[in-house]
Design a protein around this ligand. Sequence first.
Ligand SMILES: [Zn+2]
Length: 446
Amino acid sequence: METERREQHDWEERQYELEKKEERDRKNPLASIGNLGAYRNYGQMKEPAAPNGNLGAYHNYEQVVDELKKKEKEHPDIISVSSIGETLEGRPIEMVRITGGPEKKKGRQKKPEVLILGQTHAREYISAEVALGLVNTLADKYGKDDEITKLVDERDFYVVPVVNPDGSMRVAQEMATRGDSRWRKNARDSNRDGRLDAGEGVDLNRNFGYPLYRRIMKKNAGASTNPLAEDYRGTKPFSEPETAAIRDLVKKHDFSVSISYHSYSGLILYPLGDTKRPTKDAPVLRKLAENMRDVQPHEKYKVQQSYELYPTVGGSDEWLYRKGNMMPFTFEVYKGRSDLLGGAAGGIFDRFNPPEEEIQHHVENNVPSALYLASVADNPRQVVSTRERLTTYAKDLARYEDGVMKDDASRLKKYSGREWKELRDHASGYVARIKGKIHHGGGPKG
Ligand SMILES: [Zn+2]
């Protein structure tokens, strides 16, 4: 929290200075282009000309699409690129499908389907690189590596490396003109003045279906109603073309597992993120996450339930999980650089993304986990026996309810005898049990 505030402050300082500089340039006609037309004066030459100027080896959205199309040309037998929708600024949201071997035969079961998402948040460029790295691994090792050939033949991969193309290009533009960017959201012009101002946009990872937890939404926790907030949730679930495109894709398919890549922290998160209450699949989700961690060749990430990180509402995983029969995960790729912690040095972009020469290292560290998850996509529940799943779930739930009851019990202590009676009339069993907890301290008896 503290870091976040400092980050915001640093950013505002820099923004202010850039605005002052632009103001000075506007007032000084010598700094402007005058009659030079397309020629650049010295000051302009110092500005990087390429749209991804300071991004180095990172790919902006247009470059990601070029890479995908190149791969499609190289491997037309297993790769096809297509658009699943269009952004607010009119860009196609490109998806790549990878599968080999025979298409489904008559009477044969459909291949298990795997969903991979990258760069929902614009500034998290490394997340697109990891998704792209997975595509390249599958494409380049197909027919050469037995395990990968088998995986591509027996699975159907759907990869959307950049869920937020407008945001990606906005970051590229800011990196080129200002040398840094904190852009996270999409290109929604909330005040409809025809311009995308700093701070506008919708947080796409708060815009998935969220009506289940009205109580949480009312308290405004985990997703803001303020259009200028970093976690602004939008006017309604799926109000944004990017989230609607993912929703429609998911509805057309039968994905059993998914990974959404974000950065940074070095975490593997499993749902749910809007309640602490464990799901009946928590033992399976946890085990899958641990197995994905165990195959990481470099840094091993920490496994936790999303809610433990911080409560969020309207995230993709919550919607994917509740949609049914699916095991969705979020990777917070890249642990971060200790020398940048505390906001002392470097920009916002550098905070969320490793130096360009380390991209390959992080691709290598995350691709094996995706391959592992795909390998169990036929039946993800196989990793935990039914008996173990049920007993672990019962224990998780008991621990959770015990926590809730303790909270409620301490809150209810202030009630008078008459109020107790009224409460008991309303919710006899539960209140009696809590009361038992207060008086005996030992939990419900009998
Ligand atoms: Zn993110």
